[in-house]
Design a protein around this ligand. Structure first.
Ligand SMILES: Cc1ncc(COP(=O)(O)O)c(C=O)c1O
Length: 463
């Protein structure tokens, strides 16, 4: 077998995969009888697998990442030029792309000030958690250390982020988890009938009030921060109900909570604004981001803070413990910010935020049409090019369809050459939401092809 990236026989690649690769989030027994999927090429919104089959990728690399689409030579070139000049030095020193991207990023985030580089969404969230804990020690003798997270939200696969994990199927069997993380109820209005005491009206305010109840039960002097996704992603594409964020803001002020917004999915254009929180007039203390920051052309994640947070870590320089004593080795890689600079330029020059709004509206209109046609579509939700359709057996009871059927819809779309997503090993009995997050370059024809495939798949699976 050749060691170069060029190869003559794809079957060697597939066999090496079968023999030695441990894929993410997949039960491998199936690969004893079927070939693992190997993706070999991408251009724009399309990708090709090892068998030469072409797909429209309606999930931007499977997990809402490749925001500017595949095959961007200008990003590859920017990364190449940077790597041959200076590939790495620990981030205790700066770098040219690191500084430039930090400035560009902060210009898109009024009120925010400092960028801490790291390599994954989980790690960015861990950095925020550590900063929150250290602030609790500095200001409150460690007492106000608890971090609230929300049912159905996801913040990563490391032990601390799983401890802040609102998706039980991602957490089961991996305990014991880290202490000091406390769950608050979700804000999915479509499932409010499953929440005790949820009102017919003003649900958003009520859902936020449930956070206050948890704070009071825990003791406000023990709760330091609230960590939320602006729009919940893998937990079922949950757009916040009206009145929710206004009340959340009040609660954070009232109880002196730091607000940590996890923009790992929503960040850098996905919802049609640079950041998801910017739809809701929120003033976060921490914003974490990863996937779309460099569209997967290089690994990069950021934990962004306000200047007020940053100041807390330098107020007493005489104390040798009084700064953020943390490092992320690959947070010093320069490929990430080099790719991110070019990624951001592309989004601006090609008007991709505006396209995301337009194509998001088209996606939602098409999904509503599917809802009119297929009784199994109980609810559709979305913001920008981040949309979902919840499948139910019965619109009255809202009983979720069996997740095998949800997977059958995904499989049928794949067979048609369209890769869509679905909530997966997330909420027990509630993995029933189809997910769409195509690249921000999607055209009207792409969107129609994606929803057209879903239409056919729903007809086939449920007729
Ligand atoms: C909202 C959210 N936060 C954090 C993460 C974790 O990011 P990573 O897989 O890069 O660690 C994810 C991953 O899907 C996510 O969806």
């Amino acid at each position: 077998m050749t060691t170069a990236l060029q190869y003559n026989d794809i079957s060697e690649i597939v066999e090496a995969d079968r023999a030695h690769l441990w894929h993410h989030l997949i039960q491998h027994k199936q690969f004893e009888t079927v070939d693992p999927r190997v993706m070999v090429e991408g251009k724009g919104i399309r990708i090709w697998d090892a068998k030469g089959k072409e797909y429209i990728d309606a999930v931007s690399g499977g997990v809402w990442t490749v925001n500017v689409g595949y095959g961007r030579e200008s990003i590859a070139k920017a990364v190449y030029d940077q790597l041959v000049k200076m590939n790495y030095f620990a981030n205790s020193a700066g770098s040219i792309p690191g500084s430039i991207f930090a400035k560009m990023l902060i210009e898109k985030m009024p009120g925010m000030s400092r960028v801490y580089y790291t390599n994954s969404g989980s790690e960015a969230n861990e950095k925020a958690f550590k900063m929150i804990r250290q602030i609790a020690h500095k200001r409150y003798g460690g007492r106000k250390h608890k971090i609230l997270f929300r049912d159905r939200d996801y913040h990563g696969g490391t032990l601390a982020t799983m401890s802040a994990g609102g998706q039980d199927e991602r957490v089961m069997q991996y305990g014991p988890l880290a202490p000091g993380f406390v769950r608050v109820p979700h804000c999915l209005e479509y499932r409010k009938h499953e929440q005790d005491g949820a009102p017919a009206e003003n649900y958003g305010e009520w859902a936020a009030d449930q956070i206050e109840k948890v704070i009071l039960a825990e003791g406000p002097d023990t709760v330091g921060a609230l960590c939320l996704e602006p729009v919940t992603a893998g937990g079922g594409v949950i757009t916040p109900p009206e009145g929710y964020w206004e009340r959340v803001r009040e609660i954070c002020r009232k109880y002196d909570l730091l607000l940590h917004i996890d923009e790992v999915v929503c960040g850098v254009g996905r919802t049609g604004t640079w950041f998801g929180y910017q739809h809701y007039g929120i003033k976060p203390d921490f914003v974490t981001m990863a996937k779309g920051v460099a569209s997967g052309y290089a690994a990069i994640a950021c934990c962004v803070t306000t200047e007020a947070v940053f100041e807390m870590f330098k107020d007493d320089a005489a104390d040798p413990m009084n700064y953020f004593r943390d490092i992320s080795t690959f947070g010093g890689c320069t490929a990430g910010p080099a790719a991110a600079i070019e990624n951001m330029r592309i989004i601006e020059d090609e008007g991709l935020l505006a396209n995301t709004v337009r194509m998001g509206e088209r996606t939602m209109a098409n999904l509503r049409a599917l809802m009119d046609k297929h009784r199994v579509v109980g609810d559709v939700r979305g913001k920008g090019l981040f949309c979902g359709a919840e499948l139910v057996v019965d619109r009255q009871t809202r009983e979720p369809v069996d997740e095998k059927k949800v997977q059958a819809v995904v499989a049928d779309c794949t067979a048609q050459g369209v890769i869509i997503g679905a909530s997966n090993r997330s909420i027990p009995g509630r993995n029933n939401v189809l997910c769409l997050s195509p690249a921000l370059i999607a055209t009207a024809d792409d969107i129609d092809a994606i929803t057209g495939a879903i239409d056919k798949a729903l007809t086939k699976v449920f007729s």
